[in-house]
Design a protein around this ligand. Structure first.
Ligand code: PMM
Length: 283
């Protein structure tokens, strides 16, 4: 799907969102960009490597993570968002808090990426409606500290699609323009690698697309990749060593019609979505 969303790049191929985690403890790249200047340099570097959007987050959502305070989250992300936006970078803010989303948009963010799909902070949909910015609604069943216990499904594709449908209705009811909504299956969030939930959702992306919204795929450095690539003794591959598998997923997701892939290593994924687009254009 090469749907364009107002205010965001529309190159006619799957977009690449590069990740900047301004956190000391993110599960995939914890600590590397905790300093503001390092985070800003990293964001600019991701754009140079081919990122269409830079996603700035200040709260880790790794399994078991505890929440940070509102003040600390604002302190982490707002200066980074302001500097990247001032440099002309399309920035998204990765937050579950309405106050952070509001301050981020005021600082220049063009998209709100809410891993809770509006469930963590009931004020979020109204803030997004007022700001009139695109909104990523991710499938979510609860905060990181207990999400694994909620990963129980009879039919993961049907339940994720239905729950997203319910969220979309609730969010539109709060005044958000449906044309601004992007959906995300929430790989790794209340999805158990042991039960193949993530692969099943990836293999059924077209069913998610039937919701009628662009789909964002965020597989990069998730646990299910470490498990796929485990050593013969079963030891999971470390997160940062699973980037080649992410490139394969980006290629397949782009070919399947994903709107955007969210990744930590931008260059090979940017190459992958371009190759997938060239292949598709020659059909
Ligand atoms: N995963 C993480 C953070 N933000 N946003 C979206 N839309 N989808 C995701 O799956 C997602 C996300 C996990 O943390 P990371 O920043 O270390 O990848």
């Amino acid at each position: 799907m090469t749907t364009s969303i107002a205010g965001l790049p529309a190159p006619g191929r799957c977009l690449v969102m590069g990740v900047v985690n301004v956190t000391p403890d993110s599960f995939s790249d914890g600590g590397a960009w905790f300093d503001h200047d390092a985070a800003i340099r990293h964001g600019l570097g991701l754009v140079a490597e081919g990122a269409d959007i830079v996603d700035v987050g200040g709260e880790s959502t790794r399994p078991g993570a505890q929440r940070v305070s509102l003040q600390e989250e604002l302190r982490r992300v707002i200066p980074v968002i302001g500097a990247l936006a001032a440099a002309g970078v399309p920035v998204s803010v990765d937050t579950m808090r309405a106050e952070v989303a509001e301050a981020a948009v005021a600082a220049g963010a063009r998209l709100v990426n809410d891993v809770s799909g509006g469930l963590a902070d009931p004020a979020m949909p109204r803030v997004v409606a007022k700001a009139a910015v695109p909104y990523v609604v991710m499938h979510w069943r609860g905060h990181s500290h207990d999400m694994d216990t909620r990963a129980v499904y009879a039919d993961v594709v049907r339940e994720v699609t239905e729950e997203l449908h319910g969220r979309i209705n609730a969010i539109v009811h709060e005044g958000v323009d449906p044309s601004q909504l992007i959906v995300d299956p929430g790989l790794g969030f209340a999805k158990r690698p042991e039960d193949n939930h993530n692969w099943t959702l990836l293999a059924h992306l077209p069913e998610l697309m039937e919701l009628g919204h662009p789909v964002l795929v965020a597989a990069s450095r998730k646990r299910f990749l470490g498990r796929l690539l485990a050593a013969p003794d079963g030891t999971p591959r470390p997160f940062a060593d699973s980037d080649d598998a992410t490139v394969a997923i980006s290629t397949l997701a782009a070919a399947a019609g994903a709107w955007c892939v969210r990744v930590h290593r931008v260059r090979p994924n940017a190459d992958a979505v371009r190759a997938a687009a060239a292949w598709g254009a020659a059909l």
